[in-house]
Design a protein around this ligand. Structure first.
Ligand code: B16
Ligand code: MG
Length: 219
């Protein structure tokens, strides 16, 4: 049986993936780099600074900005994002997630957060999910972001479980790749066309029941 579950945050616990998209879109419009949802798939799960680099690379404009200006742009995006999430509350937790967290707790399975977001602790607080998490991996403490496995390895370490004994849950291709290289078993939320066909995928978080996780682990 698996001993831990490693949760991505944005797009898994709540709909903040949408707000990240809107905040990048707003920044992009201001600096003349329009983005659409298709391009946004590349940004999901990717750190703030790496996302900014991808945005600028899209328009071949990386060289235009010095490090101070890059920092300003990243801060600007984060401020837009913070404004958008300020009213998020427990009612915004995705369907099925609270029940799943309760079931995991009831079965003694450890739960850890493996989000690339520096706003993870803030969001867990807003969503009132803090008490369900035995560990939170700090994205500032890892060398490489998703698709490298570091954040999932750290999330597993924080609950004293080997990654191989964990299930990782993700909505982004970079995150799925990170789980696969960590040795944990991935479960995706979304579509095969976005996440690939080498993992079990559910269309929505409602389907993420404890029994489903057990059945896939035992497959
Ligand atoms: P922040 P996840 C990721 O969170 C988001 O998917 C990604 O869009 C965002 O750029 C990244 O966090 C960094 O977030 O700017 O708040 O530090 O999906 O890994 O939970
Ligand atoms: Mg995500």
């Amino acid at each position: 049986m698996f001993k831990g579950v490693l949760f991505d945050l944005d797009g898994i616990l709540t709909d903040t993936a949408e707000y990240h998209y809107r905040a990048w879109k707003k920044l992009g419009q201001e600096i003349g780099i329009p983005i659409d949802r298709k391009f946004n798939e590349q940004l999901k799960g990717v750190s703030r600074n790496d996302s900014l680099k991808l945005l600028l690379e899209k328009a071949d404009r990386v060289g235009e900005y010095n490090s101070e200006r890059l920092q300003e742009l990243a801060t600007c995006k984060n401020n837009y994002y913070l404004e958008m999430i300020k009213n998020i509350g427990p009612e915004d937790v995705y369907p099925g997630i609270l029940t799943l967290l309760k079931e995991l707790k009831g079965h003694g399975i450890k739960v850890s957060l493996a989000s690339a977001s520096k706003n993870g602790p803030l969001l867990l607080g807003l969503l009132k999910l803090n008490s369900f998490f035995d560990g939170i991996a700090d994205p500032e403490k890892i060398a490489f972001g998703k698709p490298k496995p570091d954040i999932f390895l750290l999330a597993a370490k924080n609950i004293n479980v080997r990654a191989e004994e964990c299930i990782g849950i993700e909505d982004a291709i970079a995150g799925v790749q990170a789980i696969q290289s960590s040795g944990a078993m991935p479960i995706g939320v979304g579509k095969t066309s976005e996440l690939g066909d080498k993992l079990n995928i559910v269309p929505t978080t409602e389907k993420l029941t404890y029994d489903y996780l057990v059945s896939k682990w035992e497959d």
